[in-house]
Design a protein around this ligand. Structure first.
Ligand SMILES: [Zn+2]
Length: 373
């Protein structure tokens, strides 16, 4: 929860820096300091801070494109290895994914062209200050121009999940099935990652090695998730919540306090609770919501303070896939089952996983876990 600090918000998007971010400043100060002494260290810190302004603009490019298609953007997090725009969901149409992925590097291309024009108009030597690690306008200008080009080119590498890899997947998905397109893009990404890793080892380039690892791991995870979902979709069983949910479930009353809910949480197996009044469904409390509310309002606040407004109850006829989809979107592990306003029970992610594992005809491979933010 508190692993990042909020810097500012742009069009409702929080821009946050991760607690590990200062590492890159220390790293920059040390490595530039070795070349240029104290001036070099200062140059390292200032230039890397400016570099992350470029990274933020790049992520805003992705974010604005997503907003254009009605996809909410949760936040932008700045990490030592770069920025991350967290979208509520991925664009479903390949054309939209193509535009969202291309919008980031496009920002850097436009900035590089504008900076090139400015340099030409003001007669600034284009890369004149690249080897000059002092805090002069020319040195910083050259550094930023160079890194704009590097950011654009690097992100356009066809290494899924980098932007270029996503663009490639989107292009392939116009002709291939989505999971096949993902598999091709991820495999190309793996090859690029291995080449990068070899290069990083030979040259002792720690950051390049980290990025290669990131490409390999994240690409593989996303491929597993895509395969699982498309298998589920194709198996087309149309299983419903009715077959899986548990009708006997602990519920909280509207006048319960957070303290009682926490006690209930400590006592039993259950970590998420529906709230009901005499059988009538009122709301839903997740473990996260409960802990957060207890932190904010103290344990004596009423349970209303902890209810998640986004959770929509499912009915007995809801398709299991839709239930899983809602859980993934909201990052919750359970949903209330409600019919005609009456609380009937609850369905959990674990129950669905178990059901899929034990039902013939369903894929028996390991399902991906929902990533908790
Ligand atoms: Zn990007």
């Amino acid at each position: 929860m508190n692993s990042s600090w909020k810097l500012l918000a742009v069009r409702g998007i929080d821009i946050r820096i991760h607690i590990t971010f200062p590492l890159i400043l220390v790293f920059a100060a040390m490595s530039y300091g070795q070349v240029g002494g104290r001036d070099g260290a200062l140059f390292g810190v200032v230039s890397v801070l400016l570099l992350f302004v470029l990274v933020t603009l790049h992520e805003l490019g992705h974010s604005f494109a997503a907003l254009h298609y009605g996809i909410p953007v949760r936040q932008i997090v700045l990490l030592p290895i770069g920025g991350l725009a967290q979208l509520e969901r991925m664009p479903e149409k390949p054309q939209q994914e193509l535009v969202v992925a291309a919008a980031g590097p496009a920002v850097n291309v436009v900035l590089a062209v504008v900076m090139g024009l400015v340099a030409w108009l003001l007669n600034i030597p284009l890369l004149g200050g690249v080897q000059d690690f002092s805090l002069t306008f020319t040195a910083l200008f050259s550094f930023l121009l160079l890194y704009n080009v590097i950011l654009a080119l690097f992100n356009l590498l066809p290494a899924f999940p980098l932007d270029g890899g996503r663009m490639l997947r989107a292009l392939l998905a116009m002709w291939l099935r989505y999971d096949r397109a993902t598999a091709v893009a991820v495999n190309i990404g793996r090859v690029v990652a291995v080449i990068m890793a070899f290069w990083a080892i030979r040259n002792g380039a720690l950051f390049m090695g980290l990025i290669a690892l990131f490409i390999f791991v994240t690409g593989s995870q996303e491929l597993a998730a895509t395969r699982w979902q498309s298998r589920l979709r194709r198996s087309g069983y149309g299983h419903m919540v009715r077959e899986v949910f548990s009708p006997v479930v602990g519920a909280l009353g509207p006048y319960d306090s957070l303290r009682q809910a926490l006690a209930e949480r400590m006592r039993g197996w259950q970590s998420d609770f529906p709230v009901a009044d005499d059988g009538r469904y009122i709301g839903f409390v997740t473990e996260d919501g409960l802990l957060r509310a207890a932190n904010l309002y103290g344990p004596d606040a009423l349970i209303y303070a902890a209810m998640s407004p986004d959770v929509r109850p499912v009915s007995l006829q809801t398709d299991l896939l839709d239930a899983v989809g809602q859980m993934a979107r909201l990052r919750v592990w359970a949903l209330p089952v409600v019919e005609y306003g009456r609380l009937l029970g609850m369905i959990t992610y674990r129950q669905i996983q178990e059901f899929i594992r034990t039902t013939p005809g369903f894929p028996h491979e390991d399902s991906p876990r929902i990533v908790r933010a």
